[in-house]
Design a protein around this ligand. Structure first.
Ligand code: GLC
Length: 735
């Protein structure tokens, strides 16, 4: 009996080259029992469970694998461990269907890259694609087939700790980053053994949580959902992402893991995607506390009917899906469609042709932390640093300095530069700031180090030593920020201040009268108006990954000119949140001469740093933008040209940004919308002409009837170095 099945399966696989993935999947589907079909829709965590096991079955993984009752694992890492489980599935089950192994490879498998919000600050999709490519090469060498990334959730609220995992507040930039990561992970051939399946998450609008509190309610108009939040998911799907992850949150009363609107109408209907959807951890089970399912069986029914294909760690499908089909509550076609989508992904990965192609211990040893990958972590990190302030050009520091004070809890830290979600990232691989600077400065410069305080603690007893170190130095560089565990999942904050007594430490150091430079390592915008007012320079480093100390040392001493730009607005005060650049004008826009307008009466209303902001060691001068036409038809493109000159002494990279404003629409329109950008490099004195083409697609929006159209009318175009410092021109779109 077994031999016959094996013959059929091998036969169908061998002579399947000329068959489509769907035909190949259907040839396997036809052989499967209902229990085996359900098994393909079940995913459990392996090596370590990162959350409470939701009533898992009592049998061991091995026993369940032999019965074909598990189709996927997450959190099983290494060629050896994945091979062990794969062998059971492929050699000891009836139909020998290979497993798919997933892991959160968010910014590195072993070799840790900057956290995603840092990578996005590079405004360099090509570089981000390279980062994802390197991550995929390393992870796939260790048996990983599938990453739960890119996380593409638009986030306008920095209280939300997962803002660290995404690309910020803008849908245009977020879409480019999403597509770049999908291309990087999946490469040109998913069946190659160094490419992995991408998983676009968290579908959808997880970043819209009220109050920035993780897992909280999201309530958006459909227009807001389509105009802002859905765009990066769509871009990732259009880039060919092979899977998506359903989010924990509800939108307007419907949890995503039970949302036919999201999963069927939009994903499969409008976007025509055959990607499979995996739930988030127990998100199907959480339909019960959401209050839309009275028990796990109902949760399973809602999940499969919404076309959430695979159940991560709820056991809802494991225990109830077969029963629901037998009782006629769930149409077997829904199960078949889900299984087909999962099998297609396994065929695309080449797992039916060679289930062990990712499990090669020798290859793994050669690939993990290879020079190419480690060098790439530095190359990427070099474009993520954002220069926020540089009073009197105190930076870069002179290499002829005789002494420097390195102060703060992040000077010697080797784990925090990894950031959150760092998979197998190893703090021993991190070049700390202290190590990077001592390597660079050698014996020529006296380094006076003091921790000063801890990140979270209230203890100021270290201040005196820190002040002493400062007084003994020509310049003080303070490394402060957040603990890596303060952003990422479930890590929401109600304040955005520097934690602990770090700001007090900086105030004490300021009193010494020495020049003070602050380097921040954090996973979200922080409210640091006092720093902005009172220290000489500030660099936003985010969490730069294993090359942290190298790139920060290079930046401080001018071997690297910081060239990152913010992809999230920094508020002055948490009371301003949500604050973002593409806001609506309202009927009473802020007018300082009129009290009865929209503003806060007790504080400065402008952001501390606007979207797109970032300085350089050099300066750039922009010409006014010139337009190819001042009147264009609805189906015509517009060319916008601007000249940018490096008017300073350093070579530098500049992100030239183009925004538009639709002055009058059938619905209200944002005061600005990013529609293009170009990152250029200029030598001192060099001028470059930058040309943007705005296609009709970029003028489209969801009109009063939610139709995605171009409406005639007057527009403004803005070009500049961030979303505020711009030069403008006007044009009209005619019928
Ligand atoms: C977590 C996260 C999700 C992650 C998944 C697997 O709860 O929400 O981003 O991919 O579980 O670890």
């Amino acid at each position: 009996m077994k031999k016959m099945f094996l013959f059929i399966l091998i036969g169908s696989a061998l002579f399947a080259q000329n068959k489509t993935y769907t035909q190949r999947a259907d040839s396997v589907l036809a052989l499967m029992t209902l229990e085996e079909k359900v098994g393909q829709l079940v995913q459990y965590s392996g090596d370590w469970a990162t959350g409470a096991a939701q009533g898992r079955p009592s049998e061991t993984s091995d026993e369940l694998l032999k019965k074909g009752k598990i189709g996927s694992f997450l959190n099983v890492v290494s060629s050896e461990k994945t091979m062990k489980l794969q062998k059971i599935a492929v050699e000891q089950s009836r139909l020998k269907i290979p497993l798919i192994f997933g892991l959160d490879v968010i910014h590195g498998y072993f070799s840790t890259f900057p956290v995603p919000i840092g990578e996005a600050s590079s405004w360099n999709p090509t570089l981000i694609e390279k980062s994802a490519r390197m991550q995929a090469i390393e992870a796939s060498s260790a048996g990983i087939h599938w990453t739960f990334n890119p996380m593409v959730d638009i986030a306008r609220d920095p209280r939300w700790g997962r803002i660290m995992e995404g690309s910020g507040e803008d849908p245009y930039l977020g879409s480019l980053m999403a597509a770049a990561r999908v291309r990087g992970y999946q490469g040109k051939d998913l069946s190659a053994n160094n490419t992995i399946l991408a998983c676009v998450k968290h579908y959808a609008a997880y970043g819209g949580a009220e109050g920035g509190r993780d897992y909280n309610t999201v309530d958006l108009s459909e227009r807001n959902l389509r105009e802002f939040y859905l765009l990066p998911y769509k871009a990732a799907v259009e880039a060919g992402a092979g899977s998506l992850m359903a989010s924990f949150n509800e939108i307007g009363g419907v949890p995503s893991s039970a949302s036919k609107f999201l999963m069927t109408d939009i994903l499969r209907g409008e976007w025509k995607s055959d990607a499979f959807v995996v739930s988030d951890w127990n998100s199907i089970g959480e339909l019960i506390p959401h209050g839309v399912a009275k028990d796990r069986m109902k949760a399973a029914e809602l999940g499969i009917k919404a076309t959430v294909d695979m159940d991560m760690e709820t056991s809802a499908y494991f225990y109830h899906l077969a029963e629901l089909v037998k009782e006629g509550k769930v149409d077997i076609k829904l199960v078949d469609d889900a299984v087909r989508r999962v099998l297609i992904a396994k065929f695309k990965l080449g797992l039916f042709d060679d289930p062990y192609k990712y499990c090669n211990v020798e290859r793994e040893k050669k690939t993990i932390k290879s020079k190419e990958i480690v060098d790439a972590t530095r190359e990427v990190a070099q474009e993520t640093l954002v220069l926020l302030k540089n009073e009197k050009n105190i930076l870069p520091l002179s290499k002829s300095l005789k002494s420097i004070a390195l102060i703060g809890p992040l000077v010697k830290s080797k784990d925090n530069p990894l950031g959150g979600w760092s998979a197998l990232g190893d703090s021993n691989d991190v070049v700390s700031v202290y190590e990077g600077l001592t390597q660079k400065l050698g014996k020529n410069v006296k380094i006076n180090y003091a921790e000063g305080c801890t990140i979270l603690g209230k203890n100021k007893s270290g201040f005196a030593t820190a002040v002493k170190a400062a007084k003994a130095s020509e310049v003080v560089v303070v490394f402060v920020g957040e603990h890596r565990g303060m952003s990422g999942e479930a890590n929401s904050r109600a304040t955005l201040d520097l934690p602990g007594v770090q700001e007090d430490l900086v105030k004490e150091l300021k009193k010494t009268g020495k020049p003070v430079v602050v380097v921040l390592m954090n996973g979200r915008p922080l409210t640091i108006p006092w720093l902005q007012e009172n220290v000489n320079a500030i660099i936003e480093a985010w969490y730069p990954g294993i090359s942290a100390g190298i790139v920060i040392a290079d930046a401080l001493f001018g071997d690297l000119n910081p060239n990152g730009k913010l992809t999230v607005t920094f508020p002055r005060y948490v009371g301003q949140v949500p604050i973002y650049y593409n806001y609506k004008n309202t009927g009473r826009p802020h007018d300082p001469t009129n009290h009865y307008t929209s503003y806060y009466m007790d504080l400065e209303n402008s952001p501390l740093y606007p979207f797109g902001y970032g300085l350089s060691y050099t300066t750039f001068e922009y010409s006014a933008p010139t337009l190819s036409k001042t009147n264009i038809k609805k189906d015509e493109s517009l060319t916008v040209t601007v000249e940018v000159k490096n008017t300073g002494k350093f070579e530098g990279k500049e992100v030239v940004q183009l925004y538009i404003r639709d002055l009058v629409g059938s619905v209200t329109r944002p005061v600005k919308e990013l529609k293009d950008f170009a990152k250029i490099s200029l030598k001192p004195g060099e001028t470059k002409k930058v040309e943007f083409t705005i296609t009709p697609e970029k003028f489209k929006f969801y009109d009063i009837n939610l139709k995605h159209v171009v409406e005639p009318g007057d527009f403004k175009v803005f070009v500049g170095t961030n979303s505020v410092d711009v030069k403008e021109a006007s044009f009209t779109v005619v019928e």
